[in-house]
Design a protein around this ligand. Structure first.
Ligand SMILES: *[C@@H]1O[C@H](CO)[C@@H](O)[C@H](O)[C@H]1NC(C)=O
Ligand SMILES: *[C@@H]1O[C@H](CO)[C@@H](O)[C@H](O)[C@H]1NC(C)=O
Ligand SMILES: *[C@@H]1O[C@H](CO)[C@@H](O)[C@H](O)[C@H]1NC(C)=O
Ligand SMILES: *[C@@H]1O[C@H](CO)[C@@H](O)[C@H](O)[C@H]1NC(C)=O
Ligand SMILES: *[C@@H]1O[C@H](CO)[C@@H](O)[C@H](O)[C@H]1NC(C)=O
Length: 372
């Protein structure tokens, strides 16, 4: 059926991809279906990324949100309105992140910290359709019992898919009811809204888990050595640090002013020529008290679309400095896997789900010893 639809002639390819994807989502997530019928299907489809090339391909084919078309839309809307009711909204740059009214939780786990005070809350940034990535992370570095005697809480943060919000929501709710590890708010999950996802994490700490000692923000495409993070930087036997944040530190970097890049930050959004020091987005760690302070200060300043630089701006506003970590622990570039090297790093960027699952048994294997 898919082959038939995708090979019919006369439609623009993009349109066909969208139609095919939509059709398949509806096939999987038709609301009339019994939950008991969907559940095994979901698990079969997504528990092993290699076993479902069709669905993986389908998920990759979803076009990304383009701010330029948003700009066009915004312009048209502006011209259509003779007397705009909300001139500030109509003239707002489409990359300016809207935060004023706050967002509502669609999926939440409000009771996770009732009985325990986690030592480390691991926030993993994913998009609603990243089912295979979440599966791989749960089985590898996202395992909550990876460090004996240390309580770790893993939560995936997500927003609403900009195009397939409602068919995907059924799948996401199903996944959430199985694993109870997804937190979602009702903003559109786009690259330029990433800051909202991090702030949702800070809000979650402030409202539901103020007793967490540390918080790690992790992208879904990294290798993370939680054991080394805990033993080398966080020291569970010591009282938790205050006003602490560390990672791969960028200093004196400039906003990218070219529209050709996905990291484009217009002057209207952030006017200064440099950013304050900040920790690179793929993975950084902070103390629980600082997470709450960031949430508070974010209510008072303009939110920019670069998530990691924005956290640096919050720290600048708070008058708190980032803390250097020993060289080489946080790697924003890819390093080829090597067991002994990886046993002495915290983060390595650019690891997809297949590669993570592939290296993990070797990384876990205690037989081979590494020189210290
Ligand atoms: C942690 O904080 C939450 C929210 O304030 C509270 O309800 C809970 O009892 C605390 N948990 C522990 C173990 O202290
Ligand atoms: C998590 O780690 C524990 C302890 O090593 C192990 O028993 C368990 O099977 C792991 N869970 C997953 C989902 O891999
Ligand atoms: C961010 O999310 C809001 C709320 O859903 C939405 O109105 C806005 O268009 C999104 N912004 C971008 C740049 O995607
Ligand atoms: C931006 O520049 C102004 C003027 O130099 C300065 O007062 C402010 O602290 C800067 N903000 C950041 C976030 O660096
Ligand atoms: C580790 O060594 C033991 C004893 O030599 C062996 O039985 C076991 O299979 C090894 N484990 C792995 C994962 O290679």
């Amino acid at each position: 059926m898919k082959a038939f639809m995708c090979h019919s002639q006369g439609f623009p390819t993009l349109m066909l991809l969208v139609l095919c994807s939509m059709f398949l989502f509806l096939l999987v997530a038709t609301p009339e279906r019994e939950v008991s019928e969907v559940s095994p299907l979901l698990l079969k489809l997504f528990s092993n990324p290699q076993s479902s090339p069709g669905s993986a391909q389908m998920l990759r084919s979803i076009p990304e949100f383009e701010w330029e078309s948003a700009l066009e839309l915004e312009k048209k809307r502006f011209l259509a309105l003779q007397t705009p009711a909300h001139p500030t909204a109509s003239t707002r740059h489409p990359l300016e992140v809207v935060y004023s009214d706050g967002y509502k939780f669609r999926l939440n786990e409000p009771d996770k910290c009732q009985k325990i005070s986690p030592f480390l809350v691991l926030f993993v940034i994913t998009e609603p359709q990243d089912i295979a990535k979440r599966e791989a992370i749960r089985k590898t570095w996202g395992n909550e019992s990876s460090v004996p005697g240390v309580s770790i809480l893993r939560l995936f943060l997500t927003g609403l898919h900009p195009r397939f919000g409602s068919p995907l929501q059924n799948l996401l709710e199903e996944e959430s009811s199985i694993y109870r590890d997804i937190v979602q708010q009702d903003f559109l999950d786009t690259y330029n809204n990433l800051t909202l996802k991090t702030l949702m994490g800070m809000e979650w700490i402030s409202k539901f888990c103020p007793n967490a000692s540390y918080v790690m923000k992790a992208d879904s495409d990294i290798f993370l050595n939680v054991e080394y993070l805990v033993s080398q930087l966080l020291h569970p036997h010591l009282p938790p640090k205050k006003d602490y944040m560390t990672g791969y530190i960028y200093r004196n970097t400039k906003p990218i002013r070219s529209k050709a890049y996905k990291w484009y930050v217009p002057r209207e959004v952030y006017p200064n020529d440099t950013y304050p020091p900040y920790c690179g987005g793929p993975g950084y760690v902070l103390s629980g008290d600082l997470a709450q302070k960031i949430y508070q200060v974010a209510q008072t300043i303009r939110i920019i679309n670069m998530e990691d630089s924005f956290i640096g701006i919050c720290l600048h506003k708070l008058g708190i400095s980032v803390t250097d970590s020993p060289w080489g622990l946080f790697n924003v570039y890819k390093i080829t896997y090597e067991k002994c090297r990886f046993s002495k790093v915290v983060v390595v960027h650019h690891f997809g789900p297949e590669e993570l699952l592939q290296i993990w048994p070797n990384f876990q294997d205690q037989n081979e010893t590494c020189k210290s």
